[in-house]
Design a protein around this ligand. Structure first.
Ligand code: GLN
Length: 226
């Protein structure tokens, strides 16, 4: 069956068992930020995390996580290490890529009206049809936790950690919102092979977002990209 990534809907039958992802190589961009925590989470779910610092590191990966940190720094280092184009090609080749927090900013097409201290528009891959608002909730001291309802797993709320987080200000028609704050601000979304979250699931004990990402990778293996 030929399925387009946009049309993929995950049924319970797509649930990824730990053995299915066993040994699957998943990159974690390791220029700056909390890549170690993502790597630990992936290991815990049976996948094999690979730290990515140079273009050649991207060979043979099933997917990639771009961690939280500081988007301006990640952008500068990606440029310095010649990673911008290879990463754009990686996304364009329909590999599954998940950006958390600064990683979400790095994937966004546009950086819009800015929050506290977010006046700098960082260099980014610019590949997901979202406008993000940097530091949308204020400064570091305004970091907070919130219970979210995930559209793909509504039973138990997800306790999400927001650290000087961005928000999704607006998005294109192909973007599906996966979670929003009580006031309706979108904070997690998907567009085809791209996943973003404004918060930090890797700092919690809740593996549901990482499982969702691994399910995207499993489903992507069945897709004909020709
Ligand atoms: N405020 C940071 C930025 O704009 C993101 C913070 C984070 O990743 N926790 O890049």
């Amino acid at each position: 069956m030929k399925v387009s990534p946009q049309n993929l809907i995950w049924q319970p039958s797509h649930a990824t068992s730990e053995s299915e992802v066993q040994g699957t190589k998943i990159g974690v961009l390791a220029l700056q930020g909390d890549f170690l925590e993502h790597a630990n989470m992936l290991r815990r779910l049976g996948a094999t995390p690979i730290e990515i610092r140079l273009p050649n590191d991207l060979v043979g990966l099933a997917g990639l996580i771009i961690p939280g940190g500081e988007s301006t720094t990640i952008g500068k280092l990606a440029l310095k290490f010649g990673l911008v184009e290879p990463l754009q090609q990686f996304v364009a080749s329909q590999k599954i890529v998940w950006g958390t927090c600064a990683g979400m900013i790095f994937l966004a097409k546009e950086v819009g009206a800015t929050g506290s201290g977010g006046h700098v528009v960082p260099l980014r891959l610019g590949m997901m049809d979202i406008v993000v608002n940097r530091n949308a909730f204020g400064r570091q001291i305004d970091s907070f936790e919130a219970d979210l309802q995930l559209t793909f797993d509504r039973d138990v709320p997800f306790r999400a950690i927001f650290i000087r987080a961005p928000s999704i200000e607006s998005c294109g028609p192909e973007v599906e919102i996966l979670a929003e704050l009580a006031n309706g601000t979108p904070v997690a979304a998907r567009q085809g092979n791209l996943l973003v979250s404004a918060f930090h699931p890797e700092l919690t004990n809740d593996v549901r977002l990482h499982r969702y990402f691994l399910r995207m990778i499993q489903a992507n293996k069945e897709v004909d990209h020709e």
